[in-house]
Design a protein around this ligand. Sequence first.
Ligand code: ADP
Ligand code: MG
Length: 249
Amino acid sequence: MLSVNGVSRSFGGVYAVREVSLDIAEGEVRGIIGPNGAGKSTLFNLITGHLLADQGTISFRSTPVDRLPPHRRARLGISIVFQGARVFRGMTVRENVMVGAHTRTRTGFAAAALRLPRHRRDEREIARRADEALARVGLGAWADRQAGLLPLGQQRSMQVARALCAEPRLLLLDEPASGLRAGEREALAVLIEELRAAGLTIMLVEHDVTFVTRLADRVTVLDLGRVISEGTPGEIRADPLVVSAYLGD
Ligand code: ADP
Ligand code: MG
C-alpha cells in the first residue's frame, strides 16, 4: 500500500530521517518506535506531505506521491493524527471533527467558517460525515458538548474521528496514547483494533512499547534517523541492537 524508498530529510545539515525504506502492506498495523529525536514524526510528515524529502521516493497504492501537497495526499487516502494535535477547547466536539472534513469537499475551511450561503449544503454534508466518524469512535452522544470538557482519552478519540472524516485508507497515529491513563489506553487500543478490523491500514508511533507490540503486526525501529531493525514484535524484542539503542534504557 505504501512504499518509502531511500527517503532522507535534513534540517540545517543534520539528518532527521536518513535513507529510510519501508513497505506497508494493506490492512497492516505497523508500529514505529525509537528514542526521542529518532525521526518518527519527521517520517510521518514526509509521508503526509507536510514536509518534502530531500531524497528518495514515496508511493501510495502505486501512485508516486512524494511531490504532492498534503491535501492531494489526503484525498488519495492518507490521514494523520499529529503528535499533540490541537483541541479547539471552546468549540463543540462536532465542530472539532468538522475541521478535518474540509479536505474532501470543494469548500475550503475558511469559506465554511464564514458560513456563506452557497456552502450550507456542503456544511450539512460535512456535519453528517463528522457525526458518522464520531459514532465510529464511540462519541456519538458527545457531538454537541464542548470539546474542552471531554476527558483526555475521549479528546484523543475525537482527534481520531477528525482524521477519519477524510475517509482514509492509511491512518498515521503519532503518539496517540501519550499522557493517557491505563483505562484510556485500553479504550484506545480497542478502537485501533476496531479500525483495523474495518479495513484501515495503520501506522502507529508510540513511546509505550507494550502498547505498540500488542497492536502491531510488524515494528520498525528508528534511531538517529535510520531504520535499525524491523520485524514482528517478538523479533524486535530479541534484537540486541534494539535492546541497546532503545529498550535497554
Ligand atoms: P521523534 O518524533 O522521533 O521524536 P522528530 O522527527 O521530531 O523525532 O525529530 C527528529 C530530529 O529532527 C530531531 O533531532 C529534531 O530536533 C529534528 N527536527 C525535527 N523537525 C525539525 C524542524 N522543523 N527543524 C529543525 N529540526 C527539526
Ligand atoms: Mg515525535
